[in-house]
Design a protein around this ligand. Sequence first.
Ligand code: ZN
Ligand code: ZN
Length: 108
Amino acid sequence: MRLWKKIVISTFISTLLLPAASLSSWASDDNSDATCIKCGQGTMVVSSVEYSPWEIVGSAPCTHHDPWVLDEVQQRTVTTTYVCSNCGFTESLRAEETQVVHHVEEED
Ligand SMILES: [Zn+2]
Ligand SMILES: [Zn+2]
């Protein structure tokens, strides 16, 4: 009976550790040190930034000054293209941007 308990606990810990480990490796993937992954010498510099049109993805209670009003939640994709200063290798990174737009209801 004791052995059974031990197995259950160790399984529980390993499943808990797994998302944390993958999360930290994902965070270190963030391109903050901008050395080129192809030549390892050049620096990745931003060559262009593209924004998709804002899309309405939902609504949220207003946080401005009208708590009884629903504001619009909008999202867009930002595509940043980097180019290596040494070998010309390009890499694009996509990120989602969210904004909340306040709506004023017109009264007739
Ligand atoms: Zn390079
Ligand atoms: Zn608002």
